[in-house]
Write a protein that binds this ligand. Structure first.
Ligand code: FE2
Length: 426
């Protein structure tokens, strides 16, 4: 007797008509017509079953704080940073935890079961670190949460950040972060990248830096980050987040930079919803898009994942942790409307994010964790188009969230009819 069988699933890679058999929290078979019984069966009825959504770049300490102590009037990055500075003195462990756990419940309902969150270490009390370490433990049965020690006010610029960042790592934060473009000079930025990568290498930790998050075509910190990853043998363990300045860089320089990024095994995590709204603010017209060169990085073999970054916080008033919304914005901004490109956009919020986070046993093969989402859509492209209901969210073989199928009914001239947005295109 198996624990769970999902019948007649379509997989993101295009395979159809498969049953997924689950025992003891693991997938034990993916094949047509599994001849066995299970304690629970789910009929996917040909719908898409995908591995869980992964948000590889998020800020859980600030999420759902919108309006505290006031709204971001201009909607800009710099007013957002100033606003977060105003809120910080009023934070408590309890309030941070309550907001973070509420967000995690949203994530689970949306099928997002792995999150890498940056946590600001520029508050000497390290309240957010304490709170999110507790959240990481409490939410562990349902969400893989990784924490990055993030010096929001600058590692060298903020007087106590060097000490605070080390303390955060000692407390158990998983990764080393940074914000080189926010240091006072290009030189300080490069120095911060070097010191932080050395710190990560010493401690055997991964690195995830906010890097070149500006429209400055001459920002060069991702170059330093890639060079340091190579120098310190950190290939495959370093992520450059945002990388928005790459949008504005000279094409010759980009043609030299992208191979270096690939050689260094850097992961790239743009955040489409935030990049498109916060960048290009000094432009009149035409306005730059402010998202990094996604297609060119992917073509060079760089692992690119999309992050949500912010939800209802000082920087972004919107969002519900739907990673399909992120992927949809990413494919629009990057003009990834080719057939293969749309599937790559889906991968950018699933498998590629898992690669960024180094998640083990992620996927829909026998032996993987029995973690997956049944969507009210036939395939990844329809999922991107409809952002459909997550009918079942399964973690380690247990259904942890259900959403009924969405159906609309029309009443036109007394005649009632239902509207089905699904439309299969071969
Ligand atoms: Fe961020």
């Amino acid at each position: 007797m198996l624990d769970l069988i999902v019948r007649n699933a379509s997989l993101p890679d295009g395979r159809k008509g498969l049953d997924i058999a689950v025992q003891d929290g693991r997938i034990v078979a993916v094949m047509p017509a599994v001849d066995a019984e299970a304690a629970r069966e789910i009929d996917a009825a040909g719908r898409l079953v995908a591995p869980p959504f992964v948000d590889s770049h998020f800020h859980m300490d600030s999420t759902l704080s919108l309006g505290q102590p006031r709204l971001n009037e201009s909607g800009t990055l710099l007013e957002g940073i100033a606003l977060w500075g105003e809120l910080k003195p009023h934070l408590t462990v309890e309030s941070i935890k309550a907001r973070a756990l509420e967000l995690c419940r949203w994530s689970i309902a949306r099928g997002t079961l792995a999150i890498r969150s940056h946590v600001d270490v520029c508050d000497d009390r390290l309240l957010a670190v304490s709170a999110l370490l507790e959240v990481r433990e409490e939410i562990k049965p349902w969400i893989d949460l990784q924490l990055v020690a993030f010096p929001q006010d600058g590692y060298l610029r903020s007087p106590t950040a060097v000490d605070n960042l080390k303390r955060a790592l000692d407390m158990g934060v998983d990764l080393v972060g940074g914000i080189p473009h926010f240091e006072r000079t290009m030189g300080d930025g490069a120095a911060s990248v070097r010191v932080l990568c050395e710190l990560a290498a010493e401690r055997g930790l991964r690195v995830d830096m906010h890097c070149d998050e500006s429209d400055d075509p001459l920002s060069r910190h991702v170059e330093t980050l890639a060079a340091e990853a190579k120098r310190l043998g950190l290939e495959g363990r370093v992520t450059g987040s945002h990388l928005t300045s790459m949008h504005s860089m000279d094409n010759y320089y980009a043609s030299k930079l992208i191979p270096l990024i690939a050689e260094a095994g850097l992961h790239a995590v743009p955040n489409p919803l935030i990049n498109i709204t916060l960048q290009g603010r000094h432009d009149s017209y035409p306005k730059r898009r402010g998202m990094t060169r996604v297609k060119e990085l992917m073509a060079a073999g760089v692992n690119v994942a999309f992050g949500h970054d912010c939800i209802m916080d000082p920087w972004y008033s919107l969002g519900s942790h739907d990673m399909l919304e992120v992927a949809s914005m990413g494919l629009h901004v990057a003009q990834m409307t080719g057939i293969a490109e749309m599937r790559q956009a889906f991968d950018a919020v699933t498998a590629n994010g898992a690669t960024v986070m180094g998640l083990e046993d992620y996927g829909l093969e026998p032996g993987c964790h029995a973690d997956f989402v049944v969507l009210q859509a036939a395939d990844p492209v329809e999922a991107l188009r409809l952002k459909p209901a997550r009918l079942f969210v399964v973690r380690r073989g247990h259904v942890i969230a259900e959403t009924p199928p969405v159906a609309s009914r029309l009443a036109l001239d007394g005649e009632e009819l239902s509207v089905d947005f699904s439309r299969t295109v071969q």
